[in-house]
Structure formats: C-alpha cells, structure tokens
Unconditional design. Structure first.
Length: 136
C-alpha cells in the first residue's frame, strides 16, 4: 500500500455518529472497532469507538476514535481540507457538510481565483473546501 495522508479525529463519545454521517457524505466502507473489542468490556468506554476508519471510493480516508481521557476540545485540534477541480463533486460535499453547520466563509470565488468555503459541522469539525479555478 502506498503512503497516504489522512486526518484522524477524536470525539467526545459520538465518533460512531460522526463517522456514519461522513459515510453518508462521502460513501464508502466504514469499519468500527469498540473498546470492548480490545479488552475493555467492563468499562464505561466499552461501546465507544477505539478506532474507526472510513475509506471512500475516491480514495478519501478518515480515521477517528472516542477519546478515552475525557480531554476533548472539538474543532481546536483539526481542520479537514477537501480540494480539487471537480466542481460538482466538491459542491456536493459542501452542501452536505454545511447543512446544519456554522459557515465561516460561504462557498464562493476568492481573491486567489478559486472557489472556497469553510464551515464547522454539527460535530465541531472545521472543513475547508477549495475548488480550483480554471487553468489550475
């Protein structure tokens, strides 16, 4: 397997719901492993996600887990960037991600010539979508 770069996001107990939401956005195969599956059956973490991975058909990969420490600061530890030149595909992702989100920058043409938007979704994750302008 080739090396890849992908975000790994920690959640405060709702990793399953977040990954299921992202699967709805991007499609693909979702694999979830709980803390119970790794030997923590009789703990409050038993049904929480120790490791989850979403692999979308286009090559996107997200990994996530519920933090076992309780030290969680949503949105402060990660931003996820989606970029490319497929306008329809990227606008589709934006439409789903920005629904029920806090939009910091509307998806529109920017001074550098690309279409860009930034929002924080209902799980506290900041998403940046950049659609390359013509000729890029």
């Amino acid at each position: 397997m080739a090396s890849r770069l992908n975000p790994y996001i920690t959640f405060a107990g709702d990793a399953r719901q977040a990954l299921e939401f992202y699967q709805d956005v991007f499609g693909g195969t979702l694999n979830l492993n709980t803390y119970a599956e790794f030997g923590q059956r009789d703990t409050p973490l038993a049904d929480k996600i120790m490791h989850g991975m979403l692999e979308a058909p286009n090559g996107f990969t997200l990994m996530a887990a519920d933090t076992p420490t309780g030290d969680h600061r949503p949105g402060n530890n990660i931003s996820v960037s989606l970029s490319g030149d497929d306008d329809a595909e990227l606008r589709g992702y934006w439409d789903k991600l920005s629904a029920d989100a806090s939009v910091a920058v509307p998806l529109e043409k920017q001074m550098w010539g690309d279409v860009f938007g930034m929002c924080t979704d209902r799980f506290g994750i900041t998403w940046m979508v950049n659609i390359a302008g013509e000729g890029r």
